[in-house]
Design a protein around this ligand. Sequence first.
Ligand SMILES: NC(=O)c1ccc[n+]([C@@H]2O[C@H](COP(=O)([O-])OP(=O)(O)OC[C@H]3O[C@@H](n4cnc5c(N)ncnc54)[C@H](O)[C@@H]3O)[C@@H](O)[C@H]2O)c1
Ligand SMILES: [Zn+2]
Ligand SMILES: [Zn+2]
Length: 362
Amino acid sequence: MSQEVRGVIARAKGVPVEVTTVVVPDPGPGEAVVRVQACGVCHTDLHYREGGITDDFPFLLGHEAAGIVEQVGAGVTDVEPGDFVVLNWRAVCGTCRACRRGRPWYCFATHNAAQKMTLTDGTVLSPALGIGAFVEKTLVHAGQCTRVDPAARPAAVGLLGCGVMAGIGAAMNTGGVSRGDSVAVIGCGGVGDGAVAGAALAGATTIIAVDTDPRKLEWARRFGATHTVDASQTDPVEAIRELTGGFGADVVIEAVGRPETWKQAFYARDLAGTVVLVGVPTPEMKVPELPLLDVFGRGGALKSSWYGDCLPSRDFPMLTSLYLQGRLDLDAFVTEEIALDQVEEAFTKMHRGDVLRSVVIF
Ligand SMILES: NC(=O)c1ccc[n+]([C@@H]2O[C@H](COP(=O)([O-])OP(=O)(O)OC[C@H]3O[C@@H](n4cnc5c(N)ncnc54)[C@H](O)[C@@H]3O)[C@@H](O)[C@H]2O)c1
Ligand SMILES: [Zn+2]
Ligand SMILES: [Zn+2]
């Protein structure tokens, strides 16, 4: 048995996305079918459409989603039909070398559904980040379903499924921000503002938001930025040093994904400070030239952050609680709610910087 539903696919490189019929198989062992309620439009969906991730077209896009479990396959015990879940792209295996050492957030063998969703002619779809959620119903591995409090608004908590979690975790997990720290965040889109919010939750007392777009700086204040720097007008390295007693920030988070902003992060941090690269570079980008003595002499740590080093089963319910208590404003990330056939328009708005997140509502 299978079902036919509507979904958004990218058929070929650079071609506008389209709504079409997607065939969703019944869940096999270890799998689940989820009725999607909301799915955010992430920059990574656009990277897929532009062929920047792999060439496995056609893609079923969308991966920042919340919904209701509708069916589960044999052997599934963690979730059952009716559960409200946020989908994750880190269904940990429990047996790889990272999991065995008690560091499952680095899991090197995460699970995806074994069966494939297809077009009506049988063409196999590649689901974005192993999820594919711009679709009325999606087939995932049951481990990709993380139960959270059903009182939460799907459009808001669904964003924990990717960009907002990546930002919060870049600050709290990878950067290890702690109370009294100074933090600078370069690039304040959905991911960077997640990092601002994560730094605030962790108790940082100075949080400097850096962007080239003044609207983004305005928005960053809502998540806890104490200072803002317009990098189109001011040298951000000097500005960050000035705001931190001349020293630089304890943790600098790069949320753009470019060599020049990574270099700014390198020099805007205090001695023994930490740089976290959470922005995703393109294949041709290189580490900027730096005196090796500066790398050595300044000490500290240069890290990168995949999905904010999150563990969905630990972090999604915790962050959902903070949201429901009014301590994490996930609603403020939702700039607009859109329909399934407006994903292409949402890409244009993202490019212009008009939105933090457009969220498809089903
Ligand atoms: N590491 C992960 O797990 C993960 C997860 C999701 C997204 N990402 C990546 O994070 C990055 C940000 O994603 P997003 O959704 O927030 O994108 P976005 O386009 O919404 O935000 C990028 C921000 O950077 C700003 N910016 C651009 N150039 C700048 C400069 N020179 N100096 C300062 N600011 C500048 C833009 O004005 C914008 O506000 C992307 O590269 C995305 O692929 C990483
Ligand atoms: Zn593992
Ligand atoms: Zn994403």
